[in-house]
Design a binder for this molecule. Structure first.
Ligand code: AR6
Length: 171
């Protein structure tokens, strides 16, 4: 992918890209995990804009400003809650990645950063989530040669290793 896809370990709130993605819930009114970190770093104006959006369905995506974040936009997507895998969870997770990429692309974004959607509180199995995430991002990059860079920002080394291993199998 000529360096257009990278996997890093870090804190997504520090990324100065066109858009960071938030692993939100369907209310879009904040929560714990990466969602809480993004709202803390962006400041209260982010929540004020989110209130005007009236929530978001699982697998869909909505975009807001980044406010005090170094990123210009935040794309909010509620990933699926894992209920054993027979409730459409893999397709819904793919939808979250693809709809987030499309929302950012349509806003003119050419650099993006993702957290590991659904693998925290929502308990999606990490290796399966990593495979779906990497496959969907690589497909989008092939379809959009002008998307300059998509970074997976993994919060811990276990998550980073899972994404690196998925990438080795898919590249
Ligand atoms: N930067 C990058 N990744 C992070 C950060 C950070 N600052 N903080 C945590 N992570 P989770 P979910 C990682 O639980 O499973 C919220 O309450 C974390 O280690 O944040 O999609 C929402 O409001 C994990 O690898 O998201 C929803 O209710 C990954 O981000 C619910 O949690 C995702 O973990 C969404 O659950």
């Amino acid at each position: 992918m000529n360096g257009r896809f990278t996997i890093e370990q870090g804190d997504i709130t520090t990324y100065a890209v066109d858009a960071i993605v938030n692993a939100a819930n369907t209310t879009l009114l904040g929560g714990g995990g990466v969602d809480g970190a993004i709202h803390r770093a962006a400041g209260p104006d982010l929540l004020a804009e989110c209130r005007t959006l009236h929530g978001c369905d699982t697998g869909e995506a909505k975009i807001t400003g980044g406010y005090r974040l170094p990123a210009r936009y935040v794309v909010h997507t509620p990933g699926p809650i894992w209920h054993g895998g027979t409730h459409g969870e893999p397709q819904l997770l793919e939808n979250s990645y693809r709809n987030s990429l499309t929302a950012a692309w349509n806003a003119g974004c050419r650099t993006m950063a993702f957290p590991s959607i659904s693998t925290g509180v929502y308990r999606f199995p990490l290796d399966q989530a990593a495979h779906i995430a990497v496959r969907t991002i690589l497909d989008f990059l092939r379809e959009h040669p002008e998307m300059n860079r998509v970074t997976m920002v993994c919060f811990d080394s276990r998550t980073r290793r899972a994404y690196e291993s998925a990438y080795q199998k898919l590249r």
